[in-house]
Design a protein around this ligand. Sequence first.
Ligand SMILES: Nc1ncnc2c1ncn2[C@@H]1O[C@H](COP(=O)(O)OP(=O)(O)OP(=O)(O)O)[C@@H](O)[C@H]1O
Ligand SMILES: [Mg+2]
Length: 255
Amino acid sequence: MSKVSKADDDLRKLLSEKRIKGIEDRQVGSEVFDSMTLKTLYKLSKMGHIHILKGAISTGKEANVFKGYNKDNELVAVKIYRVRSSDFKKMQYYIQGDPRFNVRTSNKRQIINTWVTKEYRNLMRAYEVGVNVPKPIIAKNNVLVMEFVGDEEGNPALPLRQSKISNPQEVLEKIVDYVKILYKDAKLVHGDLSSYNILINDGEPVIIDMGQGVLVNHPVSMELLNRDIDNLVKDFKKLGIHITKDEIKSKIMDL
Ligand SMILES: Nc1ncnc2c1ncn2[C@@H]1O[C@H](COP(=O)(O)OP(=O)(O)OP(=O)(O)O)[C@@H](O)[C@H]1O
Ligand SMILES: [Mg+2]
């Protein structure tokens, strides 16, 4: 069974209404839907942010992303970090250099919750300066609810690496422009930019997965920016575009 259908299966078993109502007194042995996560989902559902949780869009190393509908029947994406498989060391490292978070803890749940808040705030900062990102809706514990990127029928947009694009040059220019306003206006570096974390929605690039994003004054921000640029050069070379790191960097820095 594929990872996505396994997650779907877990979901069907665990999120039937009966189970959700009985969460408190049940021992739930699922990787994704441990009892704390179910409680969080239940709270989000009471708040109207998630009315129906549908199938898995993606099952990654640390998080699963599901499609859902809110109480107004609008599509949402629900990203759920699995407490058991998260890379706490990495999370802790990035959180500690970030002046927005004064968290000195080794409590795993607390680290994940801070990480999810960080992802929410990074997305919001990016959204506010006009970068095309899914609008974040709410972060609660290990769950992030955000705007769904895809068509109206609920088909999710595909990552750049799986998309067929007819205008790579134009797409690259838009992405470089986003990286630039992210840097200049939002004072943020994405830190994990690659053809996995850029979705192509109706021909337009959408930047996702901003948990790792750091402020420009973070000790590793330049290293991350250079890596992001490196990834862009490599990914677009595969699409027939030849541009150098320096060319991209001078666009971003306005040199
Ligand atoms: N808002 C969204 N709308 C539609 N699809 C999404 C959305 N957010 C994420 N996805 C899908 O889920 C996939 C994984 O999301 P994301 O990159 O945020 O998680 P991840 O941190 O890479 O997960 P992991 O680290 O566990 O691999 C994306 O590649 C995309 O296909
Ligand atoms: Mg990703």
